[in-house]
Design a protein around this ligand. Structure first.
Ligand SMILES: [Zn+2]
Length: 151
């Protein structure tokens, strides 16, 4: 590593990549931490941490069809477990639930696909955030993290 003109304070000094500091804190690499002049602490770790991965929305995990299948299986399983036959009311109930599902299936499917798409977009933003984080530098003079401009 060599001294460069720091893009943050315009002074000639060593700048460090935030990614390498982060892994030095994780790995408890005292040599690197001493050189940078950073004491490891929870606050410091948060400061240098990569962006957290996006949370998947709950309903995007299961397709409507597999949820419906689950409902049907449970419906059929309960009388079996109770050692009873499915009576007429239960049979009609099951058929009605199924018909209702068919009626709304297209709407549910398009909503589900929308959720999937949203997750994919979040994933793309996350990748961009990670790339930006990997470009982040640390200026020990100002004790600040900054994003390097592409050169
Ligand atoms: Zn600086």
């Amino acid at each position: 590593m060599t001294e460069t003109i720091c893009q943050l304070c315009n002074q000639n000094h060593q700048v460090y990549s935030v990614e390498s500091i982060y892994f030095a804190i994780i790995d408890q690499d005292e040599a690197v931490l001493n050189e940078v002049g950073i004491t490891k602490s929870k606050k410091r770790l948060n400061e240098f941490s990569p962006p957290p991965p996006p949370k998947k929305t709950f309903w995007a995990r299961f397709s409507p069809d597999s949820l419906m299948l689950l409902v049907v299986v449970v419906f059929l399983l309960i009388p079996l477990l109770l050692n009873q036959n499915l009576n007429l009311n239960q049979t009609i109930g099951l058929i009605l639930v199924f018909l209702m599902y068919l009626l709304f299936r297209n709407k549910l499917l398009s909503w589900y696909q929308g959720q999937q798409k949203l997750n994919q977009e979040h994933q793309i933003f996350y990748q961009q955030d990670i790339k930006k984080w990997q470009r982040n530098l640390y200026c020990p003079v100002k004790d600040e993290v900054f994003t390097a401009t592409k050169d």
